[in-house]
Design a protein around this ligand. Sequence first.
Ligand SMILES: [Zn+2]
Length: 278
Amino acid sequence: MTKQVPVWPAGHRAALVVSIDVDGEYGVMAEHGEDDWYWRGQAKYDLEAGLWRLLELLDDYDIKATFCWVGLAAKERPDALRAVVERGHEIATHGWDHRVYSRMSRSEQREDLIRTRETIAELAGVTPVGHKSPFWRPTAETVALLQEPGFQWNMDLALGDLPVAMRPDPTRHPVIQLPPSRWWDDYPFFIEQSLPPRLVAEFWREDLEIVRAEGKLMCLTLHPWISGRPGPSRALAQFLDTVIALGDVWIARADHVALWWRERERDLEEASGTATES
Ligand SMILES: [Zn+2]
């Protein structure tokens, strides 16, 4: 008899990852230039206030999230990095200074990944296993570079609505690709436009309805200097109210989703092996 392999654990119908990119002011510096003090001033809110409001909110909901840190932001505020770890959240890497990987050589990119990972490991006491490229702009080589030191997941490519195991180097462990979405990112809603938080929560709720009906995965991408502001933080809170009330959506850290997916792939291989033998 073929073994049944569920899509999600413990009878959950869908999964949600809350990923939060801690850019500090390095994201806007990479985008607008070091001398653009308008954006740098706005982004200062990231480590000073936004991060702390989001941590409180996540604690209130008892939800564990994944924080993708820029290396320089971690170096600037190791106390904030440690506060995130102490509350049980995952720490992943998000580039050393938020420069675009697609403009780096292969060796520069490798150096950036390792430097960020090692610095965060030293400061946080835990080694990151996940990576999100700055501006979601990796190169064709990024996943293979992630395989080398043993990264387990990446959130750069929207290959569908479920995780995808990628193995460009077949001799190494796969990297689980978790799909990001521009429409699950706070940036277009609150920076490119200024929408009322309740409308943003509504947008995400409607998406989740479909994701849940199809048994898929939703990955939010938030920034403390945006979603950590008073009104925008309510978009997240209102959205989480709905998700929790549904009672069957697995809200998990990215590393836990990646681990589940790796085990599931193994179970599927075994199940198909059994099916072939019988
Ligand atoms: Zn970023």
